[in-house]
Each structure stands twice: as structure tokens, then as C-alpha cells.
Design a protein around this ligand. Structure first.
Ligand code: AMP
Length: 146
């Protein structure tokens, strides 16, 4: 198997992200790869259909700032150098694909609850990332946290 040189770890920054840290680090270390972290913020206008009579810009900026801080704290605990921390706004799967292509990533790591049936069809980001990816995708099994 050829080794991976650029790995993108996708994080929703929930408590479950902690379960991805060790595995991502081990794989990055084993391949001596550049490690990139990404968190995608879905615009508030997506949730409200772009049809709210208030300006959401300030709230969106706060969400952005909060995500950057969380991502940075996550990187600090990785004990492996992070090449770049990316917080981007848009549709999660689309942005992960875009960044993976732009950065020439050869492995994307996502968490997966291993759901099946209708839940998988409806809810899985891992599934969405896998479909349409131009590189390998590793779905790391995570346990649901309360
Ligand atoms: P989900 O299917 O939404 O439970 O998410 C499973 C995995 O997809 C997470 O463990 C992350 O690896 C990735 N993911 C979900 N949401 C995001 C997000 N907003 N930004 C980056 N990665 C995400």
C-alpha cells in the first residue's frame, strides 16, 4: 500500500471528536504525513432558508471565532504537528470535498456511528463524504455520547 502524504481530519467539534484524535495521530505518524484539520460551519441562513428579517452576520462571526478556538485546543492536544487548521463556511460534505481537492489530500478521516438502514441514508456525514470523494476516506467508528 502506498503511504499517505496529506491527511485531512474532519471534525464536528462535538465530544465524539475526541475519539478520532488517537487514531488520526497514529495514522499520520505511521505515514509521516502532513495533517490538516477542518471544521465546517453551515451558514445560519441555510437553517432559516435565507429568509430571516435580522442580520445574522455578528452571530455567524461569533460561531466562527468559537470554532477556531475549539479547533486550536483540539490541535494542542494532538501531540502531532498540524499543518493547517481550517474553519470554513458552507455545506459540510461539499466543503470537505472542495478542500480535499484543493489541498491535494490523499486521505480524509471522518467519524462514523456505523448507523444502518434509514438512519444511514438520512444522517451520515461519513457516507456523504465517501460519495464524491476523489481520494481515500477512512470512517472511524465512534460511540454515541450523551
Ligand atoms: P455525523 O454523521 O454528522 O454524525 O458526522 C460524522 C463525522 O462527520 C464526524 O465525526 C466528523 O468527522 C464529520 N463531520 C460532521 N459534521 C462536520 C462538520 N461540521 N465539519 C467537519 N466535519 C464534520
Amino acid at each position: 500500500m502506498s503511504s499517505y502524504s496529506k491527511i485531512l481530519l474532519a471534525l464536528d467539534l462535538s465530544a465524539e471528536s475526541e475519539q478520532l484524535r488517537e487514531k488520526a495521530k497514529t495514522i499520520a505518524q505511521a505515514n509521516n504525513a502532513d495533517l490538516y484539520l477542518i471544521h465546517v460551519i453551515e451558514p445560519l441562513s441555510f437553517a432559516y432558508g435565507g429568509d430571516v428579517p435580522i442580520d445574522l452576520t455578528a452571530i455567524q462571526e461569533q460561531l466562527d471565532e468559537h470554532a477556531k478556538n475549539k479547533l486550536s485546543a483540539y490541535a494542542d492536544k494532538l501531540d502531532y504537528p498540524v499543518k493547517q487548521q481550517l474553519v470554513v463556511t458552507g455545506h459540510t460534505e461539499t466543503e470537505i470535498h472542495r478542500i480535499a481537492d484543493e489541498m491535494d489530500i490523499d486521505l480524509v478521516i471522518v467519524g462514523s456511528h456505523g448507523r444502518h438502514g434509514i438512519a444511514l441514508l438520512l444522517g451520515s456525514t461519513a457516507n456523504g463524504v465517501l460519495h464524491g470523494a476523489n481520494c481515500d476516506v477512512l470512517a472511524v467508528r465512534v460511540r454515541e455520547e450523551d
